[in-house]
Design a protein around this ligand. Structure first.
Ligand SMILES: [Ca+2]
Ligand SMILES: [Ca+2]
Ligand SMILES: [Ca+2]
Length: 193
């Protein structure tokens, strides 16, 4: 997605910085991240290009929040790897500034469990046909998962893979919302179809 916010004629130009940001800087506006260019369009237009598709951050309670930035179809996987949670979306570009996390700007974020002070991991998948795969092959994720598929009414899905469990429980509040318990792992979901 490209937003041209100031299209200039050839008699004038913008150079140097935009809103105090140098060429190539990343700007956060609302939940979105943009890369600033003062040489876009015909060469002298200011452009803001959405830089990341998915962000990982901590909320005020220390919960990990994975959020759709640009409303596209997400295909996220979460798995425990050692003392970390790995979040992957092939072909997408993920961003995080959580202390200790690695993978910013790639398709896989590795986030230490020790950096997640809260008890929850929340996926806000937003618009688009989204899929979350919870891979339990590395063990319980040690956090309660909440997966919000988003308000659009087709195509959001949840998959559970990996692991062997003595018990599982499935509670559907209605056709779109409910919870799944597998062993000690609890996954709440809303807005799935
Ligand atoms: Ca999405
Ligand atoms: Ca969705
Ligand atoms: Ca939905």
């Amino acid at each position: 997605m490209l937003h041209i916010i100031d299209s200039l004629d050839s008699a004038s130009s913008i150079s140097g910085t935009f809103a105090g940001l140098p060429e190539g800087a990343v700007l956060q506006a609302g939940g979105d991240f943009f890369r600033v260019s003062c040489a876009g369009g015909t060469g002298n237009d200011v452009t803001l290009t959405v830089e990341y598709t998915t962000s990982a951050s901590l909320d005020a309670s220390g919960n990990l929040v994975i959020a759709d930035v640009d409303g596209v179809d997400d295909a996220l996987t979460i798995v425990k790897n050692g003392n970390n949670l790995e979040i992957t979306d092939p072909g997408k570009t993920l961003t995080t500034s959580i202390p200790g996390a690695t993978g910013h700007g790639t398709s896989t974020l590795t986030i230490p469990l020790a950096s997640i002070g809260g008890t929850e991991v929340v996926f806000d998948a937003g618009d688009g046909d989204d899929r979350l795969t919870v891979d339990l092959s590395g063990g319980d994720l040690e956090r309660t998962l909440t997966y919000n598929g988003g308000s659009q009414t087709t195509g959001d899905a949840l998959s559970l893979v990996g692991g062997t469990f003595a018990s599982s429980d499935y509670t559907a509040s209605n056709a779109n919302d409910g919870s799944v318990t597998v062993g000690s792992s609890v996954i709440n979901y809303t807005g799935l179809e």
